[in-house]
Design a protein around this ligand. Sequence first.
Ligand SMILES: Cc1cc2nc3c(=O)[nH]c(=O)nc-3n(C[C@H](O)[C@H](O)[C@H](O)COP(=O)(O)OP(=O)(O)OC[C@H]3O[C@@H](n4cnc5c(N)ncnc54)[C@H](O)[C@@H]3O)c2cc1C
Length: 389
Amino acid sequence: MPLINSPMGGSFAFPQPLGALDLPLIVKTSVGARGFCGFQGCFFRDRPMDTVRIAVVGAGLMGLSTAVCISKLVPRCSITVISDKFTPDTTSDVAAGILIPHAYPDTPIPKQKQWFRETFDHLFAIANSAQAGDAGVCLVSGWQIFRSIPAEEVPFWADVVLGFRKMTKAELKKFPQHVFGQAFTTLKCEGPAYLPWLEKRIKRSGGLMLTQRIEDLWELHPSFDIVVNCSGLGSRQLAGDSKIFPVRGQVLKVQAPWLKHFIRDGSGLTYIYPGASDVTLGGTRQKGDWNLSPDAETSRDIFSRCCALEPSLHGARNMREKVGLRPSRPGIRLQKELLAREGRRLPVVHHYGHGSGGFSMHWGTALEAAQLVSECAQDLRTPSPKSKL
Ligand SMILES: Cc1cc2nc3c(=O)[nH]c(=O)nc-3n(C[C@H](O)[C@H](O)[C@H](O)COP(=O)(O)OP(=O)(O)OC[C@H]3O[C@@H](n4cnc5c(N)ncnc54)[C@H](O)[C@@H]3O)c2cc1C
């Protein structure tokens, strides 16, 4: 049995890698494996020898929902979520979390509709369960209003949300600047409740959480058999993806408990989304802006735009400013990649780039990412001359 020194001055025994035979193996913790030395203990548990060790990088909405889907879909695996930030410090904690899709230009509409429907059905079931409060998921009704008739009076997602219809003239009287509107009931999923709820489910199924910044996905080799990249904007560095860019969003969170109806200007720039504990007022879409500090002038502008739509907001209390950077891309990246260095391989599943619509699509895309992970695990368990993953 080879004993190999680790950079921490010790050596670590891992479970037998998949595809290897008979002998237990002492795995080299050389290049970059430093961060995981303290967590090797988790691999000594009584797990079957063919356990697939999966690292999910990122603990925003995508990382956590993908980890939950993997725990349901991939048999005999261990899951470790590794992230430099966890809730409440991710972009996903800033979002309003309303389910209204934003079209991705590079993705066929039927695929987007499938992701949205799967997400809607999943959250609707939670909203109808005893878990709704803990998970921060609720039904919300309201209006999307337009200053001119939109090209698509009936969007592709109209038959997924509930009770979609055109607004009546009487309803439109509330908005004298607007000529057209859509009324419907959708769901709201609040990051600061939903992310801890997902974390609990991961831990309950034996998953681990590790606070660690990753500089290079290869660091995770050989400690893990499969890596799932859910690092959002971090993928600019981790996946060398120059297509992903930030779209800065500044919002206000206020107390206005009398507001129950959402209002969204069809441009998507101004919105009022009442939630369980506060109302989110938005917003901005600043392409390429990495600034995470709130801007006072922008807050005044958001507040005045929202008050123009809903004058009762002048009585709102306890205003807090929040900024998040949407991980935007022409299309979500859902893809397998095989990293290879010096004859060694590391399968990676990428799942990032949801931009303005992550909450609306997350469960559908997480199911698809988990399916890709399942295929990688299958390859590892049945190595072929072509695919020695
Ligand atoms: C103001 C605002 C309002 C929004 N409103 C809505 C809405 O109403 N409806 C909707 O559908 N969507 C909305 N969104 C979009 C939604 O928030 C995003 O699409 C979603 O949160 C993206 O999730 P994510 O997990 O990909 O990214 P993130 O939440 O950014 O998570 C990325 C994770 O990766 C980790 N990470 C990154 N790099 C590294 C690294 N090198 N090493 C280790 N960890 C790393 C981070 O710490 C983080 O945990 C909104 C966004 C904003 C900003």
